[in-house]
Design a protein around this ligand. Structure first.
Ligand SMILES: NC(=O)C1=CN([C@@H]2O[C@H](COP(=O)(O)OP(=O)(O)OC[C@H]3O[C@@H](n4cnc5c(N)ncnc54)[C@H](O)[C@@H]3O)[C@@H](O)[C@H]2O)C=CC1
Ligand SMILES: O=C(O)[C@@H]1CCC=N1
Length: 268
């Protein structure tokens, strides 16, 4: 069994820690690092996890998970790159940063796997995309899958698709939350109490998501089944089309993908 070091145990780092522990991963096979002592103490109290310095974590583990913000990755890699022994697996969660960015800091031949997950990891419903770097083998991909499978679904994709994945499923939960927030406001506009509007739309979102996953039907078919001739739904759909919601989504995801590319450019 491997020992995993979570380097930068923030929101996503903690989701990985809690998911692994819930799935039965032994806590003595997990270490983490955190630059703020208060945060480190909080994680030890919550999970009983050993919090180490970056250098000690690299030494203790054979799988090194980079889960700091992309803007902090250069500083972390400059610290741990020179002391990284050969043969360790590096797994990065950093949005936008290519595998080649990490390889620059690491001994030649170090396997690097790039991963994009999302926050539904905290309820074991993440969508995680996993890509191999030039030195990563099927065995390394399998280790990454073993780490992320407890958090939800996993998929293997070429690294060239990771910026699109980041825009779609990495950021995706934010778009759904935004939609729920806006629809709750619409319910209030129509005279419903806030809590009632919230409960109605959350259950509608859950029901729709389960139908999308389990019915095997195309979303167009599912929408058509709700849309009666001269009914209420088509009046709403006309307004969504008039306000360019479809075009807004295309432009929004393109902007997120472009931002991922910009993060990569700024890192070189
Ligand atoms: N939040 C999200 O929905 C997703 C985030 N990601 C990626 O995951 C990474 C982490 O994101 P979050 O967890 O949201 O950020 P976060 O800010 O919550 O966590 C990063 C943690 O790293 C710590 N840190 C920074 N530099 C450090 C260093 N040198 N040594 C030790 N600890 C250090 C920070 O104190 C912080 O607690 C990012 O690269 C992001 O692109 C990936 C998928 C989804
Ligand atoms: O907004 C971000 O940059 C990160 C990456 C994907 C989700 N959150």
């Amino acid at each position: 069994m491997h020992t995993i070091a979570v380097m930068g145990a923030g929101k996503i780092g903690e989701a990985v820690i809690s998911g692994l522990l819930r799935s039965g991963w032994p806590v003595d096979r997990l270490v983490a690092t955190e630059r703020w002592q208060e945060r480190a103490d909080e994680l030890t109290a919550r999970y009983g996890i050993r919090m180490l310095s970056n250098a000690a974590a690299v030494e203790a583990a054979d799988v090194i998970l980079i889960s700091v913000k992309p803007q902090d990755a250069g500083i972390l890699m400059a610290e741990i790159g020179p002391i990284m022994p050969t043969g360790k697996l590096v797994v990065t969660l950093c949005a936008g940063l290519p595998i080649s960015f990490f390889e620059k800091f690491l001994p030649t031949g170090t396997p690097v796997v790039r991963v994009m997950t999302n926050t539904p990891a905290v309820v074991e419903q993440a969508m995680t995309a996993i890509s191999a770097g030039p030195h990563a083998t099927g065995e390394h991909l399998a280790i990454a899958e073993e780490m992320f499978a407890p958090l939800g679904r996993t998929i293997r994709l070429p690294e060239s698709q990771q910026d699109a994945v980041t825009a779609l499923s990495g950021s995706g939960p934010a778009y759904f939350f935004f939609l729920v927030e806006a629809m709750t406001d619409a319910g209030i506009l129509l005279g419903l109490p806030r809590q009632v509007a919230h409960d109605l739309i959350v259950q509608t979102a859950i029901g729709s998501a389960v139908m999308l996953r389990d019915s095997g039907e195309h979303p167009v078919k599912l929408r058509e089944a709700v849309t009666s001739p001269a009914g209420t739904t088509i009046s709403a759909i006309r307004e969504l089309e008039n306000h360019g919601v479809r075009a807004a989504l295309l432009a929004a995801l393109e902007a997120a993908r472009d931002r991922a590319r910009e993060i990569a450019d700024q890192s070189t």
